[in-house]
Structure formats: C-alpha cells, structure tokens
Ligand binder design. Structure first.
Ligand SMILES: Nc1ncnc2c1ncn2[C@@H]1O[C@H](COP(=O)(O)OP(=O)(O)O)[C@@H](O)[C@H]1O
Ligand SMILES: [Mg+2]
Length: 262
C-alpha cells in the first residue's frame, strides 16, 4: 500500500494570507499555456531484501497545457512512481521537473502543499474517497481546504456531480453505498472541482468495465481541452491511451513516444 496521501487527506492547514504566502502563491501559479518539462528523472527504491530497484533511469518528456497525454507501460514499469514525482508527492533522486515557472523538484514542502492543493488534481486507481461521507461532501473537500464556504462548496460539488451524470440523490448518498463506476466518477469530480491546471490520473479506470472506463477517460480528455489543462493518464490499457492526444511508453525506466495506431 502506498504511503502517498490524496490531496484531500492532506493534514496541512491553509495559512493566513500575508506578503510571504502571496509571493509563494505566485511561485506555484501556472500560466494558461504553461509547459511541463521533465528532464533526466531518476528514482530508485530499496527493496525489503536491501536490493536497489532503479525504477526511473533518465526519463524525459515535455507536454503543454491543453494536452491529454497517456503514459503506458507494463505493471511495475514505474508509472505510479512517475506520477508521484510529477505531483510532488515524492522526491526525485536526480533530474528536474518544471511546470511553468515552478520547479517541483526543488520546491519546499509548504510550496509543494500549496501547489498540490491549488493546481493539481489527482485521480487514483483505488479512488481514496472517504466512504463515510456523501458524494457531495467528498467532492467539496478540496474547496473547503481552499476556504470556500461549506454551502457554496456543496452547491458547486452537486453541480459538478450532475455534469458527470450523478444526480442529487447520488450526491446525497454515502460513497460507500455507490457502485464502483459511480465512485470513480465521484473521484474524478473531486480531482477537478478546483479546476486544476495539472491533472494526474493513475489507472483511473483500472477496475472498471470498458464502457465506464472509456467514459471516464473521455471526460478527462475533454477537461484538458475545455480548461486548457494538462492531463496525464497512466494506464496499462492501450485502447484507453488512444483516446488521449498522444502516448508515451515507460520502458526500462525511460519514456518513448508511441505512434498512434489509427
Ligand atoms: N515506496 C516504494 N518502496 C519500494 N519499492 C517501490 C516503492 N514504490 C514503488 N516501488 C517499486 O517500483 C517499481 C515500480 O512501481 P510503480 O511505479 O508502482 O509501477 P507501475 O505503476 O507502472 O505498476 C515496482 O517494482 C515497485 O515495487
Ligand atoms: Mg501503478
């Protein structure tokens, strides 16, 4: 089980605005047409037997706002690791990750927390929703963290759920009572509710049937276009990758472009 926390389970409290935090907030800002540049990324882990596993061995790529990019690769290739580094959830061993003017690999923990809360939407394979809260409450959480009032947050959450075909009855249901497909749509709404500039989706359709998986992938691609956001989807499913604008394959710890089959 990953130790990584979703943005909504982040314990860090918002700080009072002052000159310092405003300057730092400018740092994590992303211009509308920002570029993400990843250069020579390396990351290794120590296995339980003390062996060093080199997962990323010089991965490089760049992408622009408005694009939906698929990262494919077999299980264990390092897709999740790459997304964790891109979202600043884990530290790089070597290499640089720059989103707009924000150097993710060199940022302080507090700047990274702001970056994640304000600019990044995460969708995880096992959605990490809070089962004892309603769908609308789960989707509201990222707004509450950025100090939107509860009533307004609930209104926006309910509206977004409706856009994803989840009506007010479902919005008011406990997440634990929803189907897998409904839960994953709630997770996507939670990731997108703050209109993040960067969306990192890790096998977002991993345990769903094809039709629902397809619909979720298409909604993420549409989000990239409509909001000029950069959406990166890790998947082992090549058919799903075809829905994205382009595909990169992670192999031997490095990234390579994949030609579209269509
Ligand atoms: N925190 C960790 N500690 C030790 N090994 C890890 C850790 N995270 C990932 N790994 C290992 O790194 C490799 C790549 O994992 P991962 O990024 O999850 O691949 P993928 O998402 O492509 O299936 C795997 O061998 C995995 O066991
Ligand atoms: Mg993975």
């Amino acid at each position: 089980m990953s130790k990584v926390q979703s943005p909504t389970s982040n314990n860090e409290q918002p700080q009072a605005p002052n000159a310092d935090t405003q300057a730092a907030q400018a740092d994590v800002g992303l211009s509308r047409d920002f570029e993400l540049t990843v250069t020579d990324l390396r990351k290794s882990f120590l296995s339980p037997t003390g062996e060093r596993i080199e997962v990323l061995r010089g991965a490089s790529f760049s992408a622009r706002a408005g694009e939906a990019v698929a990262i494919i690769g077999s299980s264990g290739a390092g897709k999740s690791t790459l997304l964790h580094l891109l979202g600043g959830l884990e530290a790089v061993d070597h290499g640089t990750i720059v989103a707009g003017k924000f150097a993710i690999d060199r940022a302080s923990q507090s700047a990274l927390a702001r970056f994640r809360n304000q600019r990044v939407g995460f969708v995880f394979q096992f959605h990490h929703l809070l089962a004892d809260l309603t769908a609308a409450e789960n989707v509201s959480l990222p707004l509450l963290i950025t100090r939107v009032r509860r009533r307004e947050a609930t209104r926006r959450a309910t509206e977004m759920l409706a856009e994803f075909g989840l009506d007010s009855r479902i919005a008011a249901s406990l997440v634990g009572h929803l189907s897998g497909g409904e839960q994953q749509r709630v997770a996507v709404c939670r990731a997108l509710i703050t209109r993040p500039a960067l969306v990192l989706a890790d096998e977002p359709t991993g345990n769903l049937d094809t039709a629902i998986g397809d619909e979720i992938a298409r909604s993420l691609v549409a989000y990239a276009r409509d909001n000029c956001a950069l959406v990166i989807i890790a998947t082992h499913n090549r058919a799903l990758a075809e829905i994205c604008d382009r595909t990169l394959i992670l192999r031997g710890g490095r990234l390579f472009p994949v030609e579209s089959s269509s």
